[in-house]
Design a protein around this ligand. Structure first.
Ligand code: AHR
Length: 493
């Protein structure tokens, strides 16, 4: 067994962990919205207003704080007016990006807002810059948030009297790629226009979110910060910059979600830990232009991107989700907590049946993936105060960079939450942790552990689930064992 030393200093505060760091993303892609979330009122699958009850219950259990919608690349072809009014009259379109299927727009703004209401989540609307107009986006904001205006009256005519609160407005998606193949300078100019005409109505304050870089495109971040950190009057034009980073150690077509060797397991860990370097370097750029920390860093799309499951539509991005994915989720969430000063939100791609899903559905069946259980283990971090922790950086495997243990710590209402992941395939770890400036008497621990290839499916929905675990605290020292391939949450008070 390997001993790893750790130190937590409860007085060494990073920042509040905004609940939105535990956010999600749902696109009109494959079976995410249709079948996964929305089945319609006439479905035999239990639903409220067409939205699956089992999915809502699962989302509520992990306190999903926000869901980004309607895309992704889909957002850049979406025209919101097609998705309101009587369903039978809604215009159909081809979902060009995702399998060329017909989109009937039966899930639109009202249905999305109903989903958010049922979950208790904040909306994060992503508008269309690439194939939309400034007027179209401005009117969408007016439709959702205004009172007594022509668009507000149209909303009332469609059955919603009260305006909705919309804090997060994405101004375009991946405009360096599917959102119009723009240069950073061209996009920044577009953002300024779109952002200016999307108004704050009726006391609703928009946080306008700019398309951020793909992964390590530091030049894109530099241009965004140079162009958007000071508008007329000195205030930042953007409230957030949305970076996208997927864990893809090799080409996804070569990476089966469940059938991979040890080297690929460790390469996946390396790729997940790279997110720390990314956030550090993007934050350095943001700090130079915005030392007051008024512009948040958002990781609006993250997670593992593997091969699609054999026999499924390649345009639907349906993949299984194994213990390896759970470790990737644990590593990312620990990194986001550690960067909580700058990171204001993150959205795992994507909730149900797409990429690194938290839920998989097949007709009326539903399975919680190992990744879902990580969000369950980590939920007490939401709204907590992140504090610094120092953990020995022994490597998980000699041939790779990833450390063996990933960790983060927060404190909320007198309870300290430590989340720890052991990325080794073979080595058991004993964490010996000094808790400084924290009066600790008792612990409660939970664990998720399984072979890196293990997953849940409709025949075996509980192969990988959370189990009770033990941890001891004596004289300010916490001791907890981490089996190989495990994620552990410890509550200390
Ligand atoms: O999540 C799938 C796709 O990945 C999104 O539509 C796009 O924004 C990204 O490239």
């Amino acid at each position: 067994m390997k001993h790893i030393a750790m130190l937590v200093n409860a007085k060494d505060v990073i920042a509040t962990i905004r609940p939105e760091i535990y956010g999600h993303f749902a696109e009109h892609l494959g079976r995410c919205i249709y079948g996964g979330i929305f089945v319609g009122e006439d479905s035999p699958i239990p639903n409220e207003k067409g939205i699956r009850k089992d999915v809502v219950e699962a989302f509520r259990q992990i306190r999903v704080p926000t869901i980004r919608w309607p895309g992704g690349c889909f957002a850049e072809e979406y025209h919101w007016q097609d998705g309101i009014g009587p369903r039978e009259n809604r215009k159909k379109m081809v979902n060009i990006n995702w399998g060329g299927v017909i989109e009937d727009n039966s899930f639109g703004t009202h249905e999305y807002m109903e989903l958010c209401r049922q979950i208790g989540a904040k909306p994060y609307i992503n508008g269309n810059v690439g194939s939309g107009t400034v007027q179209e986006m401005a009117e969408w904001v007016e439709y959702m948030t205004a009172v007594g205006t022509p668009m507000a009256e149209a909303r009332r005519a469609n059955g919603q009297d009260e305006p909705w609160r919309v804090e997060f407005l994405g101004v375009g998606n991946e405009n360096w790629g599917c959102g119009g193949e723009m240069s950073a300078e061209t996009y920044a100019a577009e953002f300024r226009k779109f952002g200016a005409f999307c108004r704050d109505h009726n006391g609703n304050r928009l946080c306008r979110i700019a398309c951020g870089p793909s992964s390590a495109d530091y030049g894109w971040m530099e241009t965004m910060m140079k162009s958007l950190s000071k508008g007329w009057g000195g205030y930042p034009l953007a409230g957030g910059i949305d970076l996208h980073y997927y864990t893809m150690p090799i080409h996804p077509q070569m990476d089966s979600a469940t059938d991979f060797d040890d080297a690929l397991h460790y390469a996946t860990m390396d790729s997940a830990f790279f997110c720390d370097e990314l956030l550090t370097r993007h934050t350095e750029i943001m700090n130079r232009y915005d030392p007051e920390n008024r512009i948040g860093l958002i990781i609006g799309e993250w997670g593992c991107w593997h091969q699609v499951e054999p026999g499924t539509n390649p345009g639907f991005l349906y993949q299984q989700n194994a213990m390896r994915d759970a470790l990737v989720a644990a590593i990312h969430l620990n990194i986001f907590n550690r960067h909580a000063r700058r990171v204001m939100m993150a959205n795992l791609a994507q909730t149900v049946n797409v990429l690194q899903s938290i839920l998989l559905t097949d007709g009326e069946q539903l399975v919680k993936t190992p990744t879902y259980h990580v969000f369950d283990l980590y939920k007490e971090h939401q709204g907590g105060t992140a504090v610094y922790c120092y953990t020995d950086a022994d490597k998980a495997d000699e041939a790779h960079k990833a450390p063996m243990v990933s960790s983060s710590v927060s404190i909320k209402e007198g309870v300290m939450t430590l989340t720890l992941a052991n990325c080794s395939l073979t080595e058991e770890v004993q964490i010996d942790c000094d808790l400084c400036h924290f009066d600790a008497h008792e612990t409660q621990a939970r664990i998720l552990t399984a072979d890196t290839h293990a997953f849940n499916d409709f025949n075996h929905p509980e192969d990988v689930t959370i189990q009770p675990w033990t941890a001891q605290v004596t004289n300010g020292k916490l001791q907890v064992k981490l089996p190989p391939c495990s994620v552990v949450a410890v509550a200390v008070k």
